[in-house]
Design a protein. Structure first.
Length: 190
């Protein structure tokens, strides 16, 4: 009997969430904004990861770009950047953990190539798959990512461009040589 009640509760929650997202499609795509409570929380996760993969968190000044998608007020200082090839955000509700109508946990999978350590300008290759459970909660009628706060997960091409810019701006010959080695290491990884 308890099992039947739990199953009924989960079905009800899924139906309620699907119905909530359906309001947007009935209203038309022009009225929906990323993060709106009547939109899918997966859209917030996708937008945030898209900005992150394009390097929005590499620069402290660009934190404002991700503020509409997160629940934290400050970006921690990171000593490294995770270099990724791709990421996947499941659309299917069955793959999510539905905590309640205002909170879900969405599993995200990254194809990681390695990490760039900023202090030493070095790249440590480690091709792996990283799985992260992203908690999304309704805050002031908007979906927000509340946890975890991950280090930047930046695409390889964007990271290469970031290093190229640093090479052009570096005046110290020793640091420039390290950056050139970093650039070459990033080019090799597949």
């Amino acid at each position: 009997m308890n099992c039947d009640r739990r199953m009924t509760k989960h079905r009800w929650l899924r139906l309620a969430i699907v119905s909530l997202f359906g309001v947007v499609s009935a209203a038309g795509p022009g009225l929906a904004q990323t993060g709106a409570i009547n939109n899918s929380p997966a859209e917030v996760v996708k937008k945030y990861l898209s900005l992150d993969a394009r390097g929005a968190r590499l620069d402290g000044l660009s934190f404002d770009a991700i503020v509409p998608y997160v629940g934290w007020k400050e970006e921690p200082a990171w000593g490294h950047v995770v270099v990724i090839d791709s990421y996947a955000v499941p659309e299917r509700l069955r793959q999510w953990e539905i905590v309640n109508m205002l909170e879900v946990v969405i599993p995200v999978e990254f194809r990681v190539l390695g990490a760039v350590y900023l202090e030493t300008a070095s790249f440590i290759p480690e091709v792996t798959t990283e799985q992260v459970r992203v908690r999304v909660r309704a805050v002031n009628n908007r979906w927000r990512i509340v946890e975890p706060i991950l280090p930047p997960h930046v695409g390889r091409t964007r990271m290469l461009n970031f290093v190229r810019e640093a090479i052009l701006q570096e005046s110290d010959a020793g640091r420039r040589a390290k950056l050139i080695m970093l650039r070459d290491d990033l080019r090799k990884v597949k």
